[in-house]
Design a binder for this molecule. Structure first.
Ligand code: SF4
Length: 191
């Protein structure tokens, strides 16, 4: 059963973005995709999440292979360069930290911004959810986290179209982090 379900994790990704589109609070569910791969790599020292359970990776593979939306070209070498991957990870995590800081500011009384930001640049007012019944910082985190999830998916789609279907996985911050954790953990165990 589980072996069948794991092939359909891409559906969970579509459901996640659809639910979040209509009700921004579903963005919080994205924390599952954020914490699970980290926990697996810390506890088991394996990249099993990437290889088996990542819905986004599966969705990109499906769009590129089955729907032929990818040019299927080799990605440029710099994309898989260690320096670039870690620089992108640092940039991505800095943006994540800024999002947490914005949430903290709202927690402290700053005004809630009902906006989705894509690629850290393009801002779209987003008022499909009634946010008046919850603490503003909960809503602020939802907008910020949904923006991050959307941004990484947009980048994934762009690289899927331009290069091979799962080229995003070459520089995906989560992939870089789990790879780094697994390398560290396995190196420690081999000492
Ligand atoms: S590298 Fe990123 S997108 Fe690719 S499978 Fe891993 S977590 Fe998913």
């Amino acid at each position: 059963m589980l072996s069948k379900i794991k092939n359909f994790m891409w559906i969970a990704t579509i459901i996640y973005f659809t639910l979040g589109f209509f009700n921004i609070f579903f963005a919080w569910l994205g924390l599952i995709c954020f914490l699970t791969p980290l926990l697996i790599s810390i506890i088991k020292g394996e990249k099993i999440y990437c290889n088996t359970y990542c819905g986004r990776g599966q969705l990109l593979g499906l769009m590129g292979e089955r729907f032929n939306l990818s040019r299927k070209k080799m990605p440029p070498k710099w994309l898989s360069n260690r320096l670039f991957r870690y620089a992108f990870l640092i940039f991505f995590m800095s943006m994540f930290a800024l999002m947490i800081f914005s949430t903290y500011k709202v927690f402290k009384g700053a005004e809630l911004k009902e906006v989705i930001t894509i690629l850290w640049t393009f801002k779209f007012p987003w008022r499909l959810t009634d946010v008046s019944n919850v603490s503003p910082w909960i809503a602020q985190f939802s907008f910020g986290f949904y923006s991050i999830m959307l941004t990484s998916t947009v980048l994934g789609f762009i690289t899927m179209v331009l290069y091979r279907p799962r080229s995003w996985c070459v520089y995906c911050p989560m992939g870089t982090m789990t790879q780094g954790i697994c390398e560290l953990k396995n190196r420690k165990e081999n000492f």
